[in-house]
Design a protein around this ligand. Sequence first.
Ligand code: GTB
Length: 214
Amino acid sequence: MTPTITAFERSPDGGKGLARDTRVRWALEEVGQPYAVRGVSFDALKEPKHLALNPFGSIPTYEEGDLVLFESGAIVLHIAERHDSLLPKDANARGRAIAWIFGALNSVEPWILELQNAKLLESDKPWAQDRMLLVADRLRGRLQKLSAYLGDKEWLDGAFSAGDLIMVSVLLRTRPSGILNEYANLAAYVSRGEARPGYQRAFAAQLAFNQGKR
Ligand code: GTB
């Protein structure tokens, strides 16, 4: 059965791939699973029909027969568990790849969101500049540790996995701040992710969608 995901009818980033449907598209492209996309307006996100799919009123969601999922990490994990290429077969390596999904979402993404919130939602506050410096330094602390762990490895733990897919997606969101480029190995890691044909297809698909080519 062809799954249907939701995405912004028009993403505020105009198709830069920063909204979280891109990571789901990427996972589907990596495993070669065709999918349909339903565009949702900001108003429609808060209507009962969408809240029945995602109680928090956000994208992405995933519908496949009777199954409805929300949370991009859970959706990517679901896709990875049902196909061969995004999680290792060895149980321990599989556990570690899943740990990196959670690590990206729980131990890196919140610091990036803090910085984005400081820039987008709090810039008119008298303390905005001080807070921006503070949260940028906190993010650097996270990225420093990740950079040290990655070292000169190609991917986080052996072959490319759903853990890398989520980590690269998360790190991509730091690009507008310029902070990613302070860590050469992380910037190169993200570029390797972006160079994957699956990412290229996902990026092109979300761009076309945002340009109204559906
Ligand atoms: N934890 C959830 C997940 O991982 O799925 C978070 C989902 C979420 O916050 N989705 C956002 C959303 O629907 C879109 S991705 N927001 C609307 C709302 O909640 O009302 C966040 C996002 C939006 C836009 C850009 N951009 O334009 O650059 C980047 C990221």
